[in-house]
Design a protein around this ligand. Structure first.
Ligand SMILES: NC(=O)c1ccc[n+]([C@@H]2O[C@H](COP(=O)([O-])OP(=O)(O)OC[C@H]3O[C@@H](n4cnc5c(N)ncnc54)[C@H](OP(=O)(O)O)[C@@H]3O)[C@@H](O)[C@H]2O)c1
Length: 245
């Protein structure tokens, strides 16, 4: 565990899967976590789990496709805490992949709006607070943004994750004197994002012989947002058991 005492951390899509595990991990490491997402029942239950372990967390309703919703979360953080140290852009969607023939403009637009524009608008909104606190951005991409074989026919999902990688690196370069920005690229991780989780097929492509668990990603994310990673900026960390080799 990498110490996050006194840090204020905002996690998007913290109501499920990787985001949920990161909320629990960051709180264990000492951060006050804003568990942000659209599912208030699930979000509040995660806050209860954290509170039961004497951690600090609060749920805030957040839809990263809405500028109004983003603003309301940033206003809340500004008013309540007066600072933001960590932004983990984790929210993302992975719809059943259509073939190129089946792809529609609307489906393409929704993938790009959540995975790319949502992440960018979150960064834009949080930048003043992050600059003031010399904070950290961590963006959740995917090995699909690096390696085409793992993406199969997910053209726009893979493209959205490649875009996240490049956008994060540009931010790391532009704002390096004030903030750090890094990318985490999970391989196959067991979460509800899969419509059908074909474990045997997935693990046959992974040198370590198993799929990822959410805690594998949470531990790596905890490191990247902590002071222990203080000279790591613009880096792409694959956490995939060697899947992308
Ligand atoms: N699992 C994997 O194998 C894997 C591999 C590589 C990368 N990733 C990436 O990891 C991230 C987390 O995915 P996961 O596997 O943990 O899946 P998940 O359990 O389905 O979680 C996705 C989260 O994103 C949230 N979200 C989606 N659209 C949103 C929006 N418009 N506004 C706010 N929140 C929104 C979801 O909230 P709702 O419940 O409200 O929909 C949910 O909390 C994604 O970016 C995904 O691309 C996952």
């Amino acid at each position: 565990m990498n110490d996050l005492t006194n840090k204020i951390a905002l996690i998007t899509g913290a109501t499920s899967g990787i985001g949920e595990a990161c909320a629990i991990q960051f709180a264990k490491a000492g951060a006050t976590v804003i568990v942000a997402g659209r599912n208030s029942e699930k979000g509040n239950s995660i806050v209860d789990v954290i509170a039961a372990e004497r951690g600090q967390a609060v749920f805030r309703d957040l839809d990263i496709q809405s500028d109004e919703s983003i603003k309301s979360v940033i206003d809340f953080i500004t008013l309540k805490y007066g600072k933001l140290d960590i932004l983990f852009n984790n929210a993302g969607i992975y719809p059943i992949s259509p073939t190129l023939d089946e792809l529609t403009r609307d489906l393409g637009a929704s993938i790009l709006d959540v995975n790319v524009s949502g992440t960018v608008m979150m960064i834009q909104a949080c930048l003043p607070l992050l600059k003031a606190s010399h904070g950290v951005i961590l963006n959740n991409a995917s090995v699909a943004g690096l390696q085409s074989y793992s993406a199969g026919q997910s053209y726009l999902y893979a493209g959205s994750k490649a875009a996240i990688i490049k956008i994060t690196q540009l931010i790391a370069k532009k704002y390096g004197k004030q903030i750090r920005a890094n990318i985490i690229c999970p391989g196959v991780v067991r979460t509800p994002i899969y419509h059908y989780f074909d474990e045997e097929r997935y693990k046959s492509n992974i040198p370590m012989g198993r799929v990822g668990e959410v805690e594998d990603i949470a531990q790596a994310a905890n490191f990247l947002v902590s002071e222990d990673a203080k000279f790591i900026n613009g880096a792409v960390l694959t956490v995939d058991g060697g899947q992308s080799l």
